[in-house]
Design a protein around this ligand. Sequence first.
Ligand code: SF4
Length: 356
Amino acid sequence: MSSSIATILERTVAGRRLDAGDALRLLEEAPLAELAGAADAVTRRFHPEPWRTYNIDRNINYTNVCASGCRFCAFSCSPGDPAGYVLERETLFEKIQETIALGGNQILLQGGMHPDLPLEWYEDLLRAIRDAFPEINIHGFSPTEIHHLGQLSGKSVREILQRLREAGLGSLPGGGAEILVDRVRQEVSPRKASADQWLDVCRQWHILGGRGSATMMFGHVESLPERIEHLDRLRQLQDETGGFTAFIPWTFQPEHTGLANLPKVGAFGYLRMLALARLFLDNIPNLQASWVTQGLRVGQLALRFGANDMGSLMIEENVVAAAGTTFRATEAQLRHTIQQAGYSPRRRNVFYEILE
Ligand code: SF4
């Protein structure tokens, strides 16, 4: 006889690992308030402290030229498109200077799969940033970009990561994960790294001693079991390496993309998925609220549905904005939002160390 929803939640809150079958039942059937209560209890077990965190960084997209052509992307330009750019070093440095002036300590450096920029270009860029701004952490290059660099250069993922690390790469963002199931990837981004390839870049980075985040973009062509499979792949890798600092789920933004006919996931669907992720990922300490896609009010609720972090202030954000979503906030608004949720706000760095 299968367990009741209440029993599954009770056991999970008590620390028993949730299996895929029970996770699916919770996602499909659990009442929202009960799911939230359980996720909040688990969050408080991970984070009994009276504060919740955020950081200040800037998302710098060094190029929008991309040969991948993902159906969900409204940001990239195909090679040869006159709207394509590669940022001049001077412009990039100005952006970093502005970030520092606003109290930022990190840049998120990501771009498309540029067909021509060689590995040495990335190494030179990292060294130049590190020399000019030694205090800035470079959170850079999603696993799909690293995989692409491997294909371009013919070098192993391990060697590429080693070289980029030596040149100044500080941490690895978890972009390009979308849903880590190849059926889904074939449908929305067939030219991108497979699920195994994405995970292997993270694995190699973690083995080198690096840390980084894991992400999930949901609410497009995936099924609910495929969402659980995504979480399961991340949990397995985290058991193996322990290298993920955080999990960041967000909802697909369909406007201006090749999937514009799909409906947007609203607050209800987002919060359910967030709470389920908190219950399932018993080995990843931090979960971020996605207020950039859901707005600050839902972001505030997220702090009671499993998130313990408001993510980044994001002085600049281009990718979600290109898909029609433009939620922005000042640092004061972000702090106020955390206070309104009943916590004191604290700034952190990429490793979730408190800075104030
Ligand atoms: S999502 Fe990334 S890889 Fe896909 S087309 Fe856009 S920039 Fe390229």
